[in-house]
Design a protein around this ligand. Structure first.
Ligand code: UDP
Length: 492
């Protein structure tokens, strides 16, 4: 069926999207929802938490959640104390309260004006509830398949007695740093414990985050009918092949921004549906317009990662000493002591860089990366950022801070070879040297740009109408999302 036929003629396709309520989850989930609505004729109900609903109304104005025909927004409480701060919520608190979302989800679904045909979520309790209600449900996992694989292997680390670690502090600076786990299936040679998500790197057997991670991974193995990844086959081939032996059906459907680009012009509504929880500053694009091609270092650590004051100062001096222009996203909650990040910056740094810096709280990142002036991206390696950088062909300086970012950084630098890793106890000289390497004519920088061109091309091909991601999206629609769940398959 062509996309237009689908959009015009298909009835009774009603998907409820309920992403984990953090920026990096909401954004790709909305992109996927828009594709199902625009190209596959789905009605969509997209669920936010009340906290995020308020943030979106503040950042995008009172009409932000009005929806469009066939696409509505809904909101439920998240069970945390109410806050109107424009800041990331505490991740461990959010993760530990997801159970509280399930009853709200059930009553929301029961009260919707049209029957629901499928539920798309990355929250285990929503998947359990959907399955229990007899609804078709799929996981949409918003990170790379290789990092999901690492999460899946955490149970094995526990079974092998590697986790919990023998002592706290063993992590990253201690002996575990270089412990090579060469038994890891589907993983490249030389993978170390430090490349795993940091949730598992605990010495405490009762660690709450470890328990959440193990429980959640078991759920995604057994509960949904399929797992959709925001990646593309070629970049994550080995992890996908390995996981297909123990996960439900897998479909890689990214990079979604490129698929959405393909879908524009198909007459769909919904271009106005956006998901930025913070107000974007578009004036930085004007600033970029005045810069030479490939001359600016773009710096952002996504929506959650925080730095110590010392790290912020080392980074600032690294940028200053590199002598490059830079555009720096500095959120109000960027420093982990809760202080004002701008107040941490030394006056000498401000004086030294006043003609070549632009600092802002939040920018339109995809447009910044696509801008010809942007020459490198100093990133925490959140998966959206990595994919957006690959799509734009911008070399990365990888400084991971948590969760899947360590795995993404490892793959970006050692496997896909599109970035240089910095990290941990980063010093200004290291930042400066890495910037000079990727911005200059050094051999490593050249090799990174060459590899980026290759991966960018592969991403573009995957997103074309005959490409793997486009085809996989059609497959998951026809094989899963429009098919009732198998009978007798509703037990938890
Ligand atoms: N982002 C943005 N403006 C900014 C910083 C980030 O629009 O100033 C977007 C970015 O394009 C990405 C998302 O926020 O899509 C961050 O997701 P990612 O997975 O990279 O990191 P997370 O925030 O989940 O740690």
């Amino acid at each position: 069926m062509s996309t237009l036929q689908a959009a015009a003629g298909v009835e009774k396709r009603h998907a409820v999207f309920f992403p984990f309520p953090a920026q990096g989850h909401v954004k790709p989930a909305l992109q996927l929802a828009k594709l199902l609505h625009r190209c596959h004729g789905f009605q969509v109900t997209f669920v936010h938490t009340e906290h995020n609903r308020r943030r979106l109304l503040r950042s995008r104005g009172p009409g932000a959640l009005a929806g469009v025909p066939g696409f509505r927004f809904a909101a439920v409480p998240d069970g945390l104390p109410e806050s109107d701060a424009d800041a990331a919520q505490d991740m461990s608190a959010l993760l530990s309260t997801t159970e509280a979302l399930a009853p709200h989800f059930r009553s929301l679904v029961s009260g919707l004006p049209s029957p629901v045909s499928c539920v798309v979520s990355d929250i285990e309790h929503i998947l359990y509830a959907a399955k229990d209600m007899g609804l078709q449900c799929v996981t949409f996992w918003i990170t790379s398949a290789c990092s999901f694989m690492m999460y899946q292997l955490c149970q094995r680390l526990v079974d092998m007695g590697i986790v919990p670690l023998r002592e706290a502090g063993q992590l990253r600076n201690g002996c575990m740093d270089s412990t090579v786990l060469d038994w890891v299936p589907g993983m490249p040679k030389g993978i170390c414990l430090k490349d795993f998500p940091d949730f598992v790197l605990t010495a405490d057997p009762d660690d709450a985050m470890l328990k959440v991670a193990l429980r959640s991974m078991a759920c995604h193995r057994t509960t949904p009918s399929a797992v959709i990844f925001h990646t593309f086959d070629e970049i994550d081939r080995e992890a996908i092949a390995t996981m297909s032996t123990f996960l439900p059906k897998i479909y890689a459907v990214g990079p979604l921004p490129l698929l959405l680009g393909q879908a524009s012009g198909t007459g769909g509504v919904g271009d106005t549906l956006e998901s930025n929880l913070s107000r974007e500053n578009h004036a930085c694009l004007e600033w970029l317009n005045g810069r030479r091609p490939n001359s600016v270092v773009y710096v952002s650590f996504g929506s959650i990662a925080t730095l110590t004051s010392e790290q912020l100062v080392e980074l600032a001096w690294g940028l200053a000493n590199s002598k490059q222009d830079f555009l720096w996203v500095m959120r109000d909650d960027q420093v982990n002591n809760g202080g004002d990040p701008a107040a941490v910056l030394p006056p000498e740094f401000l004086e030294e860089t006043k003609a070549r810096r632009y600092v802002t709280r939040w920018c339109p990142q995809e447009a910044v990366l696509q801008h010809e002036a942007t020459g490198a991206f100093l990133t925490h390696c959140g998966w959206n950022s990595v994919l957006e950088s690959v799509c734009a062909g911008v070399p990365m300086l990888c400084w991971p801070f948590g969760a899947d970012q360590y795995t993404n950084a490892r793959y970006a630098c050692s496997e896909w070879r599109v970035g240089l890793e910095i990290g941990g106890d980063v010093k200004r000289d290291e930042v400066e040297a890495a910037i000079r390497e990727v911005m200059g004519e050094g051999e490593k920088g050249k090799e990174i740009r060459r590899m980026l061109n290759e991966w960018k091309e592969k991403a573009i091909v995957a997103a074309q109408p005959s490409g793997s991601s486009w085809v996989n999206l059609e497959k998951v629609v026809n094989e899963v999302l429009t098919v009732p769940p198998a009978k007798g398959d509703t037990e938890i």
